[in-house]
Design a protein around this ligand. Structure first.
Ligand code: AMP
Ligand code: ZN
Length: 472
């Protein structure tokens, strides 16, 4: 098979460009990760899934060990501080709790673990180092316990978002503060009150601004300049513009990352899904409750529904789209053999195509690979897959998209066993306890096996009771 050239749309140049890594033996991508103060919503899932597809593709094209993917965890921020304060716990306790759910959510969505998931609070020293460089080179100033980036000191500020300073002033909600020299200057460091989280710094006890976190973590894990920087379209301005300003001015470089990629919004009735609008549904709710469309949705369906739209287009989030995605999964499952729920699973025998080596090993459909290499054209890839008849090619190609039909089939199986009547389970448990009391071990084992076959695991407790759970 010939390896297609990867082309990606670069927000920096507003054109689709051939991807040329700085070092093909060390391809580097940074994606802005979640602010972990609450459950992530399905809009937040979009960059997770989109950049996971890109990660898989890069691993395939360059070899798994040659690709570094860094997705940070923002674990200090005013929303986090406020929430932790409300609950009377430390920010670490809050963010550990939220991050745990987040990690479960992304796993259910079929995302590979990034190479590194740095936490902002573990990179304060690097943030301070960058701020010191910025002050030393005349790009930042300390005032009143704050340190601010001096926007007019950077002649090509605004290059990514293509706004002039005047436009930015008109468009942005600019905080006017007495310690600011210019209205557009943004915070690198700010003072913390006694009861707020803070770190000692040359400017007193304080905490970082949001933008500096990503400059520090990308520097720490990928270096001064790297290949791809990603996130949602809302991050272009001011977040990514400010990251570029900080990193380029601190390191004396023209570029922070060569390719900037942004996913479009996931919308509800034409509006961006967001916490602040209150029109959101969390990944956790979709996976584990029946709040959306009266039923639970497995991660594979959510992922497929997302990939049916090209990543730069907006998506309208509807139950109908989920139903359609599920129909496709069922069809493919039946074709591959995974959804024949008779215990004869099929898909697992096929190799994983996400990192089998430099330029080779892909035994899926070449035109699917071509579609993905063309700026991640997932809708075209999926259309092609609908016409593929060869089971093996279908399975390998779906796995390149991170869609695991077997895992969907397992979910269906588990849901079936969940609907196993709870009264019947209790009755069997009581019958088993009675069998054990009369030392009828054969009968006790038979009942255990019968429940296990339905996906129900028993746990015998120290107090003599038996409880059950559904196995995954
Ligand atoms: P946040 O936690 O708000 O910083 O967002 C984390 C990531 O999710 C960022 O890359 C955002 O751009 C992205 N994001 C937030 N809301 C949406 C949405 N409705 N659609 C697509 N991406 C979003
Ligand atoms: Zn960022």
């Amino acid at each position: 098979m010939s390896t297609p050239a990867l082309k990606i749309y670069n927000t920096l140049t507003r054109t689709k460009e051939e991807f040329r890594p700085i070092d093909p033996a060390h391809v580097r991508m940074y994606v802005c990760g979640p602010t972990v103060y609450d459950y992530a919503h399905i809009g937040n899932a979009r960059p997770l899934i989109v950049f996971d597809v890109l990660f898989r593709l890069l691993r395939h094209l360059y070899g798994a060990e040659h690709v570094a993917y860094v997705r940070n965890i923002t674990d200090v921020d005013d929303k986090i501080n406020a929430r932790a304060f409300e609950r009377g716990i430390s920010i670490r306790e809050l963010t550990d709790e939220t991050n745990k759910v987040f990690q479960q959510d992304v796993k259910a969505l079929g995302c590979l673990e990034p190479t590194v998931q740095p936490r902002a609070t573990e990179h304060i020293a690097q943030m301070v180092a960058i701020i010191e460089r910025l002050i030393a080179s005349g790009h930042a100033y300390a005032a009143d316990g704050h340190v601010l980036f001096d926007v007019p000191s950077m002649p090509n500020y605004g290059r990514l978002s293509r706004r002039s300073l005047d436009e930015m002033m008109a468009g942005a909600r600019v905080d006017v503060a007495p310690y600011k020299r210019g209205d557009m200057d943004f915070v690198l460091w700010k003072p913390s009150k006694e009861n707020e989280p803070g770190w000692d710094s040359p400017w007193g006890r304080g905490r970082p601004g949001w933008h500096i976190e990503c400059s520090a973590m990308s520097w720490a894990h990928l270096g001064e300049t790297f290949d791809i920087h990603g996130g949602g379209i809302d991050l272009v301005f001011p977040h990514h513009e400010n990251e570029i300003a900080q990193s380029c001015c601190a390191f004396g470089r023209d570029v922070m990352a060569n390719y900037w990629m942004h996913n479009g919004f996931l919308q509800v009735e034409g509006e961006k899904m967001s916490k602040s609008l209150g029109n959101f549904v969390t990944i956790h709710e979709l996976l584990h409750t029946d709040k959306f469309g009266g039923r639970k949705w497995p991660g594979e369906v959510l992922r497929l529904a997302m990939l049916r739209t090209h990543y730069r287009q907006p998506i309208d989030w509807t139950v109908k789209a989920l139903e359609e995605a599920e129909l496709s999964l069922r069809k493919w499952g039946a074709e591959i053999g995974a959804v024949e729920l008779d215990g004869e699973g099929f898909g697992s025998g096929f190799g994983s195509p996400d990192g089998s080596g430099y330029g080779g090993g892909f035994t899926g459909v070449d035109t699917v690979m071509d579609a993905l290499a063309d700026d991640l054209n997932t809708p075209l890839a999926l259309t092609i897959l609908h016409a593929v008849e060869n089971k093996r090619e279908l399975d390998v190609s779906l796995k390149l998209l991170g869609i695991d039909v077997q895992s969907y089939a397992d979910w269906v199986q588990i849901e079936k066993s969940r609907s196993f009547d709870e009264g019947a389970i209790d009755m069997l448990i009581r019958a088993r306890l009675a069998a054990r009391a009369s030392k009828n071990w054969a009968e006790s084992d038979r009942i255990r096996d019968e429940l296990a076959a339905a996906g129900i695991a028993l746990k015998d407790n120290k107090d003599g009771t038996t409880t059950w759970e559904v196995k995954r």
